[in-house]
Design a binder for this molecule. Structure first.
Ligand code: SAH
Ligand code: DHB
Ligand code: MG
Length: 224
C-alpha cells in the first residue's frame, strides 16, 4: 500500500465527483505561484466539507486557517446566497492570495478573512457576542488546536458540527512518546475533545493525495 496508490484513487474519485473544477484548479495554481505551502485539503476532502455543511443547512461557517482559501471556497459553496463565512488567518500574504481567489470564485459577498492570530480573533468574537456558527473547520497551527476547540465550543450551539483537520499525522498521533509539537498538539486536542460531555465525536483516518492523516468530526449536543 503506497501513497502513489492512494493518490491515484483520489484522482479517480475526484474525476468522478469533482472534476472539472476550473475555479479550484485556479485557486491551487495561484497558491502555488505565490509559494504557499501545498497543504490545502484534497478535492475529495473539500467536497466532504461542503456536503457536511450543506447537509445541516449551515448559514454561518467559521474556519480557522485560511491559507489560499481552497477549503474556504468548498465551504462557501455550501452556503445560501445570504450565508456568511468568517475565516481566520495569521499570514497577511496568505490572506491576500485567498482574497484574490474568493473574488475569482465569486464568493466575496459571503466570505470575510480576518487577519491575525486566530486565538485573538476568537477572543474578540466571543467578546463581541458573535452569533453561534453552524459549522466550524479547525485547520491552523496544531499547537493551538486545544484553544481553538474551547473557543469553537463557545461559538457553537447544540447542532453545530466541528471538523478538525490533521489529527492523525501519518499515524504518529498514536505514539504517546512523540516529540513533534504538532503531534503533541493533535494528541492534546483529541484527548480534550474525547472528554467533552456536551459533544459526540469521532476520528476518521484518511489516505489520499495528502498522504495519511485524518479528521475529527464533532456534533455539539448539549449545554456549554
Ligand atoms: N484550510 C486550508 C489550509 C490551512 S493551512 C485549506 O485546506 O485550504 C494552515 C493555515 O493556518 C496557514 O495559512 C497558516 O498561516 C495559518 N495559521 C498558522 N498559525 C495560525 C494562527 N496562530 N492563527 C491563524 N492562522 C494561523
Ligand atoms: C500541515 C498543516 C495542515 O493543515 C495540513 O493539512 C497538512 C500539513 C503542516 O503544518 O505540516
Ligand atoms: Mg490541514
Amino acid at each position: 500500500m503506497s501513497e502513489k496508490l492512494w493518490s491515484s484513487v483520489d484522482r479517480y474519485a475526484a474525476d468522478l465527483f469533482v472534476n472539472p473544477d476550473k475555479v479550484q484548479d485556479e485557486t491551487l495554481r495561484s497558491s502555488h505561484k505565490a509559494k504557499l505551502p501545498a497543504i490545502a485539503v484534497s478535492a475529495t476532502q473539500g467536497k466532504l466539507l461542503q456536503i457536511l455543511a450543506q447537509g445541516i443547512g449551515a448559514k454561518r461557517i467559521l474556519e480557522i486557517g485560511t491559507l489560499g482559501g481552497y477549503s474556504t471556497i468548498w465551504l462557501a459553496r455550501a452556503l445560501p446566497a445570504t450565508g456568511r463565512l468568517i475565516t481566520l488567518e495569521y499570514e497577511p500574504k496568505h490572506a491576500e492570495v485567498a482574497r484574490a481567489n474568493f473574488k475569482r470564485a465569486g464568493v466575496t459577498k459571503k466570505v470575510e478573512v480576518r487577519i491575525g492570530a486566530a486565538l485573538d480573533s476568537l477572543k474578540q468574537m466571543v467578546k463581541s457576542k458573535e452569533k453561534p456558527f453552524d459549522f466550524i473547520f479547525i485547520d491552523a497551527d496544531k499547537e493551538g488546536y486545544i484553544n481553538y476547540l474551547e473557543y469553537s465550543l463557545k461559538l457553537s450551539r447544540p447542532g453545530t458540527i466541528i471538523v478538525a483537520d490533521n489529527v492523525v499525522r501519518d499515524g504518529k498521533v498514536a505514539d504517546a512518546k512523540s516529540k513533534d509539537p504538532r503531534v503533541i498538539g493533535a494528541r492534546k486536542f483529541n484527548k480534550l475533545l474525547a472528554g467533552k460531555k456536551n459533544a459526540l465525536s469521532t476520528i476518521m483516518q484518511t489516505v489520499g493525495s495528502k498522504g495519511y492523516d485524518g479528521m475529527s468530526v464533532t456534533l455539539v449536543t448539549g449545554k456549554k
